[in-house]
Design a protein around this ligand. Sequence first.
Ligand SMILES: Cc1cc2nc3c(=O)[nH]c(=O)nc-3n(C[C@H](O)[C@H](O)[C@H](O)COP(=O)(O)OP(=O)(O)OC[C@H]3O[C@@H](n4cnc5c(N)ncnc54)[C@H](O)[C@@H]3O)c2cc1C
Length: 599
Amino acid sequence: MSPTTDTDVIICGTGAAGLTLALDLARRNIAFLLIDKAPQPFIGSRGKGIQPRSQEVFEDLGVIDRIVASGGEYPVQRIYTADGPIDQVGVEMSEPTPEEPYQIPLLVPQFLTERRLRERLAELGHAPHYGHELVGFDQDGDGVTARIATPDGEQAVRARYLIGADGGSSFVRKALGIGFPGKTLGVRAIVADVYVDGVSPDAWHRWGEDTAGQVSMCPLYGTDMFQLQAPVPFDVDLDLSAEGLTAFFRERTGRVDVVIRSVSWASAFQMNARLADTYRRARVFLTGDAAHCHPPTGGQGLNTSVQDAYNLGWKLAAVLDGAPESLLETYEQERRPIAEAVLGLSEKLLEAAKNRDIHRGREVSQLDLGYLNSPLSLHTSARDKGVLAGDRAPDSPVTGAGGLPTRLFSLFQGPHWTLLGHDVDDNSALAPRPGLHIHTIGTRGDIVDSGDRVQRAYGLSSEQWVLVRPDGYVAAVVDTAELPAVEAYLDTAGVRPLAATRPTTTEASTDMPTETSSESTGAPRTRREHRQARTAAEQRLATAQRELHQLSRQVQRDLRSVRRHGETTAIVARSNFAELAVKSINRLTANLRTDRTDQ
Ligand SMILES: Cc1cc2nc3c(=O)[nH]c(=O)nc-3n(C[C@H](O)[C@H](O)[C@H](O)COP(=O)(O)OP(=O)(O)OC[C@H]3O[C@@H](n4cnc5c(N)ncnc54)[C@H](O)[C@@H]3O)c2cc1C
């Protein structure tokens, strides 16, 4: 059978991992096919805890407010004892800070989170293909040919990469023969989304905490349902109907006033802690539960899956756009150690829960995870304060030079890299390049650090620069003199200077290396070239906007000077303005000419 379709990436699985990856690729204009063997979207609530770091990821992907609005904060834990109910705070909550704007874990049923991700995907022009099962694949040096069983028969699809986001029993992992060592944790449990009478939605109710007869009911905010959870023996048949679950619940709690009216979704599962031996075989990658599975304690599985996909997305896109293949090796190097640590944490919390300790601290927030030892973390000058390469890049409120408040996370939002110069003398010490946004913070910069918050959050001195990756981790903190190391780093990460064939200004044309496959014509032909041309045009637009902005500030300064010093200065100011305006218009015209060549 010869391949019938061509795409860049096939994503197998539309859980949180597959959808996150799809969103990240969609906003980078990468072609992909997103498939799921299920006939329709998953309807269960299981991964209902959205941790602060995932909330930051969702902000970047443009869905955070919709996800927050779909759920709520974790309620108090109400423990029913022989002496009556006792309310206990289960999740440690700190107040949001300027550096960590999301501190509170959210409770959102997994099916609502996934719905919001699909809605965002639709806004970007994509939809998952349900009823499409990956049934086989072969790979060679150039790509992967996947066999997909569809309602219209089997199809062969050719892609550059295949991603197994197909959950704990991953077909892709098994087909690759990748080991999944670990252990079953000796715990079997039921989880069911139920409509119930007789339980109030103001608390997560827990009965029989110190016995084998535990059972809990957690309100599923955003719905009228509760999630019923309970450990159950291995050797019993379970009746997961409304009547069966009501009888089960009454037997454990003695509460005859509680009636389960209907069951939306129910499952009995065994808890496992497993980690794939490797996350990659050549052109096929594993992500999410396909690569690791945890007990649900601590609410880590979905979050780790989302962040796997977020780590893989920008690297795949960069390599498809011409970055070295070695960038993809850093996916496993960065994410597998994280999964290993998360497995340990979930098991520790499971043991604690068995001993009635249901308290969860900062460690579950995933805000402190980072990539300090990654090959992508450029450690240059010794630092004794502030953030290091590999750390999560903190947020901070700042003010644009135009006077409007903004935040670092707003500057980071999108598929680009960001370079922040702190109190630097030469604003243009590093030439702009497509896919890199450069901001300078300080009195002559485009960003004002009101209250020195950035300076404190990052621990920066004058003439220091921070390079932030597209996924919001610090890649490097360097002095101005070390910027050549950043340039070399960006080259190897696929963030290259504009091609010399399409200069935008005379300065730009002097130092740009040549590098595109349509150098002779200057017109983009392939998808990749179109993407590059579009990114380049966006970069030129941003540069033009910055120039106009600087011009307007110059005029404002001149006008202030006019008011202070009178007519002579006014004449000088006007001529300065005219000169600057003409220069700026010339530059814009040159840019427009180049844009027209790019179409
Ligand atoms: C009771 C319970 C509670 C949990 N609570 C939490 C929590 O609070 N917080 C948290 O972070 N996590 C939690 N988790 C874990 C969380 O649900 C998972 O980690 C998460 O769903 C993993 O997402 P995924 O996208 O990797 O895989 P999945 O969500 O499993 O999605 C995999 C998809 O791949 C599809 N698929 C499989 N094979 C094929 C094939 N051959 N072809 C096409 N499609 C295929 C499947 O149909 C499925 O839709 C909980 C889990 C359980 C069971």
